[in-house]
Design a protein around this ligand. Structure first.
Ligand code: ATP
Ligand code: MG
Length: 327
């Protein structure tokens, strides 16, 4: 089976964008691949984060992975910092990554602009650490949202440059897996920005753990326009984003959805969308509560995941060191 690797940062509340752009696709294809899904806590410290919150978010994210349907029969779930090879390899690959490549990364620019008082070297080198996450496991496919396309490309560039420098096939070249629909769910408040955990406005996103009444309020407040026409239209990103979410939850084609709401207003559509969201998230929330209330089993799953993936990480790191002449 081909190897899949992906991860999410334990930086805050996991939202609909993370679910539709990433987790749901991982779950859907898990039996086809040899899967590794990581909780990337070393990435989470690239911006200031409270210690207790980081520790709790890590466990919460693990419980959510399971609640969304990731199955340990098909997937190894682990915490990035539990496999120290990621950090070690990251230093090495920093030394093989031209600064010019990192200067072009749009996520760094966005996050640095949003957090001008706390830009550190780790945020800048984030793509190198992410490349190491992927390359350590000789990954074939990286299922991610559209915002991570550039980071998977630089991963390939780093791998290719290293392989050709030493004339050895040390790294497998990974490919991004990005779906046509749902790869970029937009903010409910400002549909020109993507939905993000780190957006300071909680009304900008639907969290997977939001209660029905919160979902209802957020959808009611979601930005649309004054046209009052329920139709997909790239010129009208607000309503189109909500329609895309609806489409992903119902599986209906665009025309069918437009026909369903022909002659109806945004209120009717938003009510239907709210119902779908509540129905989708309710079983996830129920299972989440079971997992999060059994911390002993959860810690066991994470430990087992790390133990299972570590040998591959060690093997790749050792090979890299040998090729370079370290050790
Ligand atoms: P942060 O603001 O902390 O960066 P984030 O919401 O961007 O949080 P990440 O942990 O960076 O979440 O990304 C986890 C996964 O979710 C990645 O595969 C990413 O591409 C995907 N993803 C994030 N936001 C969206 C979105 N709005 N639509 C679709 N996929 C998304
Ligand atoms: Mg992100």
């Amino acid at each position: 089976k081909k190897r899949v690797f992906s991860g999410i940062q334990p930086t805050g509340n996991i939202h609909l964008g993370n679910y539709l752009g990433a987790i749901r696709n991982w779950v859907g294809a898990q039996d086809q691949y040899d899967n590794i899904f990581c909780i990337v806590d070393l990435h989470a410290i690239t911006l200031p984060i409270n210690a207790k919150e980081l520790h709790q978010n890590t466990r919460k994210l693990a419980a959510l992975y399971l609640a969304c349907g990731l199955d340990t029969r098909y997937c190894n779930l682990f915490v990035q910092s539990h496999v120290h090879e990621h950090a070690e390899m990251s230093w090495i690959m920093n030394c093989y990554t031209p600064m010019g490549w990192l200067n072009r990364m749009t996520q760094f620019k966005t996050k640095a602009d949003e957090n001008p008082e706390s830009v550190n070297t780790g945020l800048y080198c984030y793509p190198v650490l992410m490349a190491c996450d992927i390359l350590l496991y000789q990954t074939h496919y990286v299922p991610v949202g559209d915002d991570q396309r550039q980071h998977v490309e630089i991963t390939r560039d780093i791998a290719q440059r290293f392989n050709s420098l030493y004339k050895k096939r040390v790294f497998t070249l990974p490919e991004a897996q990005i779906r046509d629909t749902g790869a970029r769910i937009m903010s409910l408040e400002n549909p020109s920005k993507k939905m993000s955990k780190s957006d300071p406005n909680p009304a900008s996103r639907i969290n997977l753990l939001d209660e029905p009444k919160v979902i209802k309020q957020k959808i009611a407040r979601a930005t649309t326009d004054s046209l009052r026409l329920v139709a997909f239209d790239p010129e009208r990103p607000g309503i189109t984003n909500l329609l895309t979410i609806y489409q992903m939850l119902t599986g209906q084609p665009e025309q069918e959805i437009e026909a369903e709401f022909a002659g109806k207003g945004y209120g009717d559509f938003k009510a239907a969308l709210t119902d779908r969201l509540v129905a989708t998230l309710e079983p996830i929330q129920r299972r989440y509560n079971e997992y999060i209330n059994d911390m002993v089993s959860l810690e066991g799953i994470l430990k087992q995941g790390a133990d299972r993936v570590r040998p591959q990480a060690t093997a790749t790191l050792n090979r890299v060191k040998e090729v370079i002449g370290l050790g």
